[in-house]
Design a binder for this molecule. Structure first.
Ligand code: GSH
Length: 216
């Protein structure tokens, strides 16, 4: 299979991380938003939503949206529980990630760190920071409830909810959101990073997870 991504997309990082944790080989076609690749007719033909990540499936068709792709990749593995209620709990946290967690954290990182534009004290960035901290407080409380051995939505084995929530939580400091007030989150990030098959944003270079350097 092949993933269409961009160099720094956190949503695409979820997919590469999932594939690596599952031991599924994934080829990579890295596009550039600045070059206009995501608006090109060729990309829109396979990705009507005009966003990465997009996964090319073995039959040559394509699948968009990180949550859908994680769900597809994890079928038949312990990352997607068998029990219907356990599945529903995972879906709750995927929904939280898309609705309340990813957007403020992604906007802060994109504008303040990657594009170096915007005043963190002014709107909309101050509002994004409030929303980001509110989301991290929810995640912190959940991880504390789950206990030191538990995961975001499951107990015995991590799920696609952990994969979905990892990248933008990990990169939160890039957008000025320090993780010091969130001890359970910091312990959970470290546990994810110790999982066999863990893959950094730049494979093999975990020290660059928060880097803004331009070179690939
Ligand atoms: N809900 C989507 C969000 C995908 C998304 O926002 N992708 C960004 C990169 S991280 C993108 O393609 N942006 C293109 C643009 O802004 O033009 C998902 O979870 O996959």
């Amino acid at each position: 299979m092949l993933i269409y991504d961009t160099l720094r997309s956190g949503n695409a990082w979820k997919v590469r991380l999932m594939a690596s944790l599952l031991g599924v080989p994934l080829a990579r076609r890295t596009l550039s938003i600045d070059r206009g690749d995501l608006a090109s007719p060729a990309f829109l033909a396979i990705a009507p939503m005009a966003h990465v990540p997009v996964l090319q499936l073995p039959d040559g068709t394509h699948l968009a949206e990180s949550m859908a792709i994680l769900h597809y990749l994890a079928q038949g593995s312990p990352w997607w529980p068998r029990d219907a209620l356990a599945q529903a709990r995972v879906l709750s946290w995927l929904s939280f990630e898309q609705d309340r967690h990813m957007k403020p954290l992604a906007q802060l990182r994109l504008n303040l760190a990657l594009h170096r534009r915007g005043d963190p004290q002014s709107e909309p960035y101050a509002g994004h920071a409030r929303a980001a901290h509110a989301a991290l407080q929810v995640l912190e409380a959940q991880l504390q409830r789950q206990g030191a051995q538990g995961w975001v939505a499951t107990q015995d084995h991590p799920s696609i909810a952990d994969v979905a929530l990892y990248p933008y939580t990990r990169m939160a400091p890039m957008g000025g959101i320090a993780l010091d007030p969130y001890p359970a989150i910091r312990a959970w990030l470290a546990r994810v990073e110790r999982l066999p098959g863990y893959q950094a944003l730049f494979p093999g270079q975990p020290e660059r997870n928060l880097s803004t350097a331009e070179h690939p």
